[in-house]
Design a protein around this ligand. Sequence first.
Ligand code: NAD
Ligand code: UDP
Length: 339
Amino acid sequence: MRVLVTGGAGYIGSHTVVQLVAAGHDVVVVDSFANSKPTVVPRLEALIGGPLEVHAFDLTDRDKTESLFAERQFDAVIHFAGLKAVGESVEVPLEYYQNNLDSTFALVRAMQRHGCFRLVFSSSATVYGDNAPVPYQEDYEPLSAASPYGRSKVMIEQVLRDVASAGGQWRIAVLRYFNPVGAHPSGTIGEDPQGTPNNLMPFIAQVAVGAREELYVFGDDYPTPDGTAQRDYIHVEDLAAGHVAALHRIAHQEPGLRAWNLGTGHGTSVLEMIRAFEHASGRTVPYTVVGRRAGDLAAYWADATRAHEELGWSATRTVDDMCADTWRWQSSNPEGYPD
Ligand code: NAD
Ligand code: UDP
């Protein structure tokens, strides 16, 4: 298939591009580089062994999005493009709603106009909100989220559901990611957060490499075995493989929309993650326990059964693999991608 990957220069998109090409697909990327750097492109070209077609523009620009579809024929789209920092979304909610919703509107309209009806959308476990029973199951309702970022995902899921229900030929896969971590085993591509990382794994990696002094552990009084919060960390290479599997599935499924969790089905605590990273890196990760972070839940993980049964996909990489691959990327690129 010829697949348009929006946000293909970003963390998850870049890893997925490599696996799509390896699976025999013809890949075209569109990215505004709002949260990524063009220097990822030559690294991707080295991994895929050839040139990568990249269009640098903002999908919220409807004319440009329309022009791309007018020029090129696509069999499917994987839509990663979006802003994703929870804290920032609280400060500038309009930017988040506008970017995430308008880019999706422009894309879906252009797809409809040009007869491309296969779409894979990046959603998040955050749409399960505060009250869903653990493990999270796809049919849980009502979806809700605690931040403008999360609510933009809930809204887009709803828009896509309505578009699919309106009839026609839409085949839409909504993939709800748990906590993506890790890097390509080559160590040449990985997660490159701009500024202070919000997420646990890149923060630990920056402490281990010496770029930051210590990690703050947000709370050790949760009702969990060691008191720190548990999440379902999933290797980005497993996540990428989940997209290839979803793409194959929607090529054959009946028209409509279906959601799948992409997680391992297991929770890992903050302290377990620190210990695993110390083991993988051979470095000590100094930390101090501080108060809980507002909005954090104690523990959740995926019910990964549906993806296993329907996509033939399961996560295979361990927490030790996630730490080893993150360390290879971080230690060989302590400052991330070059400017
Ligand atoms: P990322 O920021 O690394 O990648 C997103 C890419 O989209 C960036 O390269 C950015 O420049 C681009 N982009 C943003 N807005 C755009 C626009 N309007 N037009 C064109 N390009 C645009 O993020 P990621 O971690 O790779 O996440 C990819 C997707 O997965 C996002 O939709 C995110 O919300 C979702 N997601 C991520 C996580 C996570 O923890 N990383 C978890 C759940 C869901
Ligand atoms: N966390 C932490 N220190 C940090 C960043 C995160 O203790 O500097 C904790 C956080 O409270 C949560 C877990 O690590 O329990 C995962 O946080 P992350 O932000 O990576 O993912 P999310 O909570 O959004 O799933």
